[in-house]
Design a binder for this molecule. Sequence first.
Ligand code: CTP
Length: 427
Amino acid sequence: MTDTADSPAASPAPADRRLTVVVGICGGIAAYKAVSVVRELVLRGHDVHVVPTEAALRFVGAPTLEAISRNPVHTSVFDDVAQVRHVALGQQADLVVVAPATAHTLAKLAHGLSDDLLGTTVLASTAPLVVAPAMHTQMWQAASTVDNVALLRSRGVLVVGPDDGPLTGGDSGPGRLSEPDVIVDAALAAVAASPEEAPARDLAGRVVVVTAGGTREPIDPVRWIGNRSSGKQGLAIAQAATARGARVVFVAAHVDDDVAAAVRRLPGVEVRPAPTAADLDAVTTAAAETADVVVMAAAVADWAPASVSPSKLKKDDAGDRLALELVRTVDVLAGLVERRRPGQVVVGFAAETSTGRDDLLALGRRKLARKPADLLVLNQVGWTEGFGRDESVAVVLGRGGDVVGESSGTKSDTAHALLDAVVRLLG
Ligand code: CTP
């Protein structure tokens, strides 16, 4: 059984300079949480200008926002006319965050309506725009909101949340404002340390499915056959893809705790658990139906116990030896390649314990002949290389077996080398 190599990924670098941040606040109950967003940004050393809508001020008072942001608060385009405030703020901003973003404001932003200071500020800004929606589930799922959010995403707007959980009305579902620190982390990650370092938003509007971690095939209720995959390479791909503007579906087999925590904090990422090879097949196949790109970074077990004992196997019953019969699992990648839609890019991984580059390339080409993925990422693994480590050496092969990318460095470098090749194929 061969595992796919995983190792840690660096988070997109948060800006370490003092940023001018505009925080737009809309009129919803969650506006009280926006105070914490503002405070967190100020505590992290940024110059924060709050632009509440008129409705937001019915939930949180201007004095609170002024005290917390340490800057005056304006709502009207007719305030401070001599300073042309309605465009000046937007032009100065390095980052615009709208939290909470109501269905009404999402609609306005999607269609460029600018009948208040927040609308004009957003239109006048070329800075990254991050919106954190909060509303009732029905409003979030309404066709108009879904379309407006899709339109904003297609323009590279980063949508953080909403979370699923208890709502103000006592009901529960998707619509809760994300936690303030999650919004702030995501917003700052959207601004690279310098414009030259900012990744291209070349996956804006794309849906990327990334499988990660190692599957666990149960033997009995307390034991399984698993592998050493940590999920770190998958995390690195999810981080790189979101930084480049994609929406990511993260299909998680077993991943390390720090990977699970990091992926939950990533904006624009939906996590779908898939503990076994059969689960991973079902979940990934369903997600692939609407995906532009599918990356099979998971270490899927090649064999699983032929039968699962319903109760714990006892030593006394088994004696000194226990023979387990294993059967081949479904090959998820092969199925994805077979069902690939026109224009869809399917990426496989191959972790090999080869002795040298030529050997590695030959193994990769043989694998491609068996499962003709659009791209195959080759990693060297062994007892010490690959799994759970920060660095990796990777070669990316195209469908014909030609080398179309290489990286030597962090798992994040591998992820970007792979996504560069994906973007070239997507055209
Ligand atoms: N894969 C899969 N389903 C499986 C096994 C592997 O989708 N049941 C995927 C992995 O996610 C990875 C690629 O296939 O993207 C690895 O290819 P595979 O031929 O299974 O590699 P090895 O397990 O390394 O195969 P071999 O034992 O032939 O080296």
